[in-house]
Every structure is written in C-alpha cells, then in structure tokens.
Design a protein around this ligand. Structure first.
Ligand code: PPS
Length: 315
C-alpha cells in the first residue's frame, strides 16, 4: 500500500492515503471498543509515540522487552490506519489503541464504553513546528512549502487530520461524556516525567513499585526512545520516510518554536489562538519556565506583552 500521493477525505478532514482508506476510516468510526481497551488520543506531533511508550511500559510493569521488540504501530495501532484490523486479530491481552481522529468521528463508537481514554495535548506552536519538519521527511504528507505557508494552513485547519483547535476543544469539552478520561500535556510529561508516569499508572490501575517506575522512566526518556528503532521510525523504508531530511525524534523540547517563528508569525498565531480559544479554559506552557525572564521586569519594560507572558507563564 504505497498511495503516497493519495489524499483521503472523510467528513471534510483530509488524511494521508498511504495509511488511510475510506474503509479504514469507516472501520474506526464504527469501532467496537472493549471496556478493557486503552485509547491514546492526540493531534499529530503532540506526544503520541511518547504516550504509546509510557502505556506499553506501565502495562508491562516497567519491563522494556515489548517496547524494544515490537514497533509502536504493532503494539498500539492507530484505529483509523488500514492495518489496524489485522494487528488486532493477531494481538493478545489488553489492547492499547491510538487515534488522531477528532472527537465527533469517534463519539458514537465511544458512547457507553468504559474504555480508558488518554488525551495528550501539546502547545500548538511546538506542534506546528514539529509537524512542519515531519512534512519534510514523510513522503506520504503533502509538500510543506515555506513555514509561513504551512503555518497558515495549520491555523486554518486545512492540514491533514484537520484543525488543532477543533481537535483539542472537541475532545476536552466532551470529556464528561467519556467514562474514563485522562487529560495530560506533553509539557507535563517533559517537566515531570515521574509524576506523569504515576498519573498514567494510577489511571490505568497498574501500580508500579519504585524499581518499575525507574525502569519505565529510563525507557521512555528522549535519549532511549531516540535509539529505539521500535519507536524512532527508522524501520520505515526510505521511500516512505526520507531519513536524510531529519529525525522523527527531532528535538523533544518545550519552546523550540521560538527558533522558527518570526515576530510577525507569533503575532498572527497569538491573534488566532486568542480568538479560537476564547471559549476554552485550557492553558499551555509555551516555554521552559526557567527560560522565562522574571515576569515583573518583562511587565515593567513592555506592558503590551503582559497578556502574552501571563499566558505563557501560568498556562
Ligand atoms: S506522530 O507522528 O503524530 O505520532 O508524532 P508524535 O509522537 O505525536 O510527536 C513527535 C514529537 O514528540 C517528540 N517526542 C518526545 N519528546 C520528549 N521526550 C520523548 N521521550 C519523546 N518522544 C517523542 C518528538 O521528538 C517529536 O517532537 P519534536 O518537537 O519534533 O522533537
């Protein structure tokens, strides 16, 4: 299944035809969840692979064997990708599933289910930059063009998998309709991996003793995952992902967007963000807190930036 230049459109959202078909998208939206399922939900580039690794390790009491011998897409398949039914047929035990689909496409399938849903969100400036770089490598994604062109499509929601704003708001505003729902951010995972792993283990009711927790943290560190071919996508052939153009495990940092966004792009982004998120109480960490200059001095020097700084500092 190459279909590198094919785009599938499903409910007005576009998807790469290399991984999705009309049938696979229909299968996902009518999926029969089991109460023992764990579903990881993300907008692309928000920490999907990281959470797949954490859930795999937590579910195996920190034993790295499965994480080091089975590719992430085989142990936590994306519901909407064409190979999912075959992977599930061959799998045993509790299922770990992944999806990038927006809430409205999975809502009917999740109604009444007691499956555990973990939603991972990431600040959208870092998502946009990570997604842009991935477009340069992934031959199944459209040409990214310049960063300005890509950012404009990202803000409009015309990129593959649709609008970040609709995705994050759709899932979080409907959390009350989901029996077991955990919301966690990439930034929380980055700033306090131990507490994040503990949250996941508590949510999945898979308690870990200290040794298992340490082993989990070690295996899902950025460095370990960068070297693990089961998650760093080096198993994917060059015709599908051009490994000369970059790395899937690229930087793994909070706030890398500052190295790509121009001042004008930041202003445009902030205006769209403020307007699109006006009806949401979600807050994001935009920079590593230690990197922030003291709030007081910034506020004293530039009152026009206060709103932006407050958003970044306390979000
Ligand atoms: S995808 O294609 O949607 O499945 O991508 P996704 O896994 O959601 O996101 C990829 C980004 O997550 C970073 N990543 C990590 N950061 C820190 N620590 C760990 N362990 C980790 N694992 C994955 C990865 O580097 C991508 O972010 P960028 O900013 O591009 O580095």
């Amino acid at each position: 299944m190459a279909r590198l230049d094919v785009t599938e459109t499903f409910h007005d959202i576009t998807f790469p035809g290399h991984l999705h078909t009309e049938e696979s998208l229909h299968y996902a939206s009518h999926f029969k969840f089991q109460d023992t399922d764990t579903l990881i939900v993300t907008y692309p580039k928000s920490g999907t692979t990281w959470m797949q690794e954490i859930v795999t390790l937590v579910s195996s009491s920190g034993d790295p064997e499965r994480a080091q011998t089975q590719p992430n897409w085989a142990r936590a398949p994306w519901l909407e990708q064409y190979y999912c039914p075959d992977v599930l047929k061959a799998s045993q035990g509790r299922r770990i599933l992944t999806t990038h689909l927006p809430y409205q496409l999975l809502a009917p399938a999740l109604t009444g289910s007691k499956a555990k849903v973990i939603y991972v969100a990431r600040n959208p400036k870092d998502v946009a930059v990570s997604y842009y770089h991935f477009h340069k490598m992934a031959r199944f994604l459209p040409e990214a063009g310049t960063f300005s062109e890509f950012l404009s499509a990202f803000l409009k929601g015309t990129v593959h998998y649709g609008s970040w704003f609709d995705h994050v708001k759709g899932w979080t505003s409907n959390a009350r309709n989901i029996h077991h729902f955990l919301y966690i951010t990439y930034e929380e995972m980055s700033l306090d991996l131990r507490a994040s792993v503990e949250r996941v283990s508590g949510f999945l009711q898979c308690p870990l003793v200290e040794e298992e927790l340490t082993s989990t943290m070690k295996s899902c560190s950025f460095n370990s995952m960068s070297e693990n071919s089961m998650v760093n996508y080096t198993l994917v052939p060059q015709e599908i992902i051009d490994h000369t153009k970059g790395k899937f495990m690229r930087k793994g940092k909070i706030g890398d967007w500052v190295n790509t966004f121009s001042e004008e792009q930041r202003c445009i982004f902030d205006a769209v963000y403020t307007s699109r998120m006006a009806d949401s109480s979600l807050k994001f960490v935009w920079c590593v807190p230690e990197q922030e200059p003291p709030l007081k001095s910034r506020r004293d020097t530039d009152p026009h930036q206060t709103h932006h700084i407050l958003e970044r500092t306390f979000a």
